[in-house]
Design a protein around this ligand. Structure first.
Ligand code: FE2
Length: 577
């Protein structure tokens, strides 16, 4: 049985294909059309899913979409009536969303195929149920608490659920305009980060701040018996487009979230190119601090209703790896399973698996043990790309490749590492990564000057052999998808200086040999040379979506000052090219 899952006309449009309950392939449209956070129809992603399964659209039995415009209608209508100025827009938007429900027609139009050839059944699943499904049904658990939170989806910002066997029972929803995601976005915008997806950057700024504004911020984000509430005086109304706009070219633009009340209280907002002041850092600190307080309050409330140790979590805010790293100390949950594509691309997998397990009541066997669900390329394809780019390269066998690359990293090279299937989700986890020595004091500056050009305050992440994690980090709960930040042990901070953030933490990836033998063995080879079982790992890209195909990796190598490129078994050196 083939199920196609979709996230469409929403940020991070994507497609996933599930065969007999197993996720075969999943990809965000941005990786293929190269438009960051693309929010149109995932035409190329659907085609890639079909190719991976060797199927035609006529072979698909079910199509599941992680969005349901009929969900929470009563709440939407209540909000629209209370805000008559936006009533017309609400009606217009609703009509547009209804049009988007015609999945058959959309697929026929975008994939240029005959609607008569399609025999699939169509399913629409509420946004946050799809998020929770993307975590729970990928986890190895039979029982768990389910939690999803983000800016908004189907008029909801937060959902809590009891997950058992094949069912996800919704216990609670928090409706717009109250949203932890909107809260975070609002402060990020105020301190000058106004692009969709900038929130992750500002998280790195928070530890540079002090506790100056927590009390004031607590007044605009208050915990309550029902969960939390925003003081709406500080926010511009989100309106019926729920705080963002999708442009005709599929790019996403954020609406301004903060109101003049913020300016009265904190002074003028920071312009994107202006210097970052202590005020901005202190606001970032308060934002992260208060966000965590509310999150842990919600999770503790959830635990009262679902008193288990397992927490299955997704939603864009679940990418807040700093909060994730602290939840073991601040809540009774002991194990997390967080969907690597916690943002909205993950809806495609959630909707498809929900159809299989909850709608069709098929048994659960699949566990998502790694995130390598994207495309891979044959040696012939890679070699063809190297040739047409005119690069000088050498082909090495496995042992020589590991030895050469480990030596290069140990000697201070910046290495582009492109292997196997592309990662699903926003993190590069050793298949589309740029790797470097984590113990060279200037490595962060070198990477920024030569390739990444990131904000000075953003840390780089460590990939560590899973069996060495407890030696280096103060927590041993695995972080396979780079979604937890832990403190680095004091005696190891010098050894990991290029990945040690200002608060002595690292957003680690625990690497297990079973899930990525080549990457594990590379880190092991590096350890043999240097005594450090860790490499610095940052995504393989330069101001673009993460590279997907060999040509994109080669282009990135050519236009940046990367020293070495390893694409499959082929190695190219900058010095020779
Ligand atoms: Fe979402």
């Amino acid at each position: 049985m083939l199920i196609l899952g979709l996230n469409m006309f929403h940020a991070d449009a994507s497609a996933a294909i599930v065969q007999d309950g197993k996720v075969l392939f999943a990809i965000a449209e941005e990786r293929l059309n190269r438009v960051k956070h693309y929010a149109g129809f995932p035409t190329l992603a659907i085609q890639a899913c079909l190719n991976a399964a060797g199927a035609k659209i006529s072979d698909i039995d079910h199509v599941a979409v992680g969005q349901d415009s009929d969900a929470n209608l009563a709440e939407k209508v209540r909000y629209a009536i209370a805000n008559p100025a936006r009533l017309l827009n609400f009606i217009r938007l609703r009509r547009r969303k209804q049009e988007m429900r015609e999945v058959r027609e959309l697929i026929a139009r975008h994939l240029e195929c005959d609607p008569q050839s399609m025999r699939f059944q169509e399913h629409h699943l509420e946004h946050h149920i799809a998020h929770i499904a993307s975590a729970y049904y990928c986890s190895p658990w039979e029982r768990a608490a389910g939690f999803s939170y983000d800016g908004s989806g189907d008029f909801v910002s937060t959902m809590m659920a009891r997950c058992q066997g094949n069912s996800i029972q919704v216990l609670d929803r928090i409706f717009l305009p109250h949203s932890l995601g909107s809260f975070y976005t609002m402060i990020c915008e105020f301190i000058g980060y106004r692009k969709y997806g900038d929130e992750g950057k500002v998280m790195g700024l928070a530890p540079y701040g002090k506790d100056t504004y927590c009390e004031q911020i607590r007044e605009l984000l208050m915990t309550s018996d029902s969960g939390f509430e925003l003081d709406l005086e500080f926010f511009r109304p989100l309106g019926s487009n729920e705080g963002m706009q999708i442009k005709p070219d599929g790019t996403v633009e954020l609406a301004r979230h903060f109101s003049s009340r913020m300016v009265e209280l904190f002074g003028p907002p920071r312009e994107p190119d202006a210097e970052i002041t202590q005020r901005d850092m202190d606001l970032a600190y308060a934002m992260q601090h208060c966000f965590e307080e509310v999150l842990f309050h919600l999770l503790n409330e959830l635990h009262k209703q679902v008193p288990l140790e397992n927490l299955a979590m997704a939603g864009g805010c679940a990418l807040n790896s700093v909060a994730n790293g602290k939840l073991f100390a601040r809540t009774p949950f002991r194990h997390t399973w967080i969907q690597p594509a916690a943002g909205d691309e993950g809806l495609a997998i959630g909707a498809a698996l929900h159809t299989y397990h909850s709608v069709l009541q098929r048994p659960r066997e699949f566990v998502m043990r790694n995130s390598y669900l994207g495309p891979e390329f044959s040696e012939e394809q890679i070699e063809g790309s190297l040739r047409s780019a005119g690069l000088k390269y050498t082909r090495l066998d496995r042992g020589a490749l590991l030895e050469t690359i480990a030596t290069r990293i140990a000697e201070g090279d910046v290495v582009g590492w492109f292997q196997g299937r592309m990662e699903w989700g926003p993190r590069a986890l050793g298949n589309r990564s740029i790797l470097a020595h984590p113990g060279l004091p200037n490595m962060k500056d070198v990477l920024n000057a030569r390739i990444k050009r990131r904000e000075w305050f953003r840390p780089f992440a460590p990939s560590i052999l899973e069996d060495k994690q407890a030696e280096y980090f103060e927590h041993d709960h695995p972080s396979p998808f780079m979604l937890h930040v832990y403190k680095i042990k004091p005696q190891k901070r010098g050894q990991l200086c290029a990945v040690n953030h200002v608060d002595n933490t690292g957003r680690l990836q625990s690497v297990k040999r079973d899930e990525n033998p080549l990457y594990y063995d590379l880190i092991r080879a590096f350890e043999r040379k240097t005594g450090t079982p860790v490499v610095l790992n940052t995504s393989f890209n330069e101001n673009e979506p993460i590279v997907c195909a060999p040509e994109e990796a080669i282009n990135c190598f050519k236009r940046t000052r990367m020293d070495t490129l390893a694409v499959g078994p082929f190695v190219a050196l900058k010095a020779e090219n």
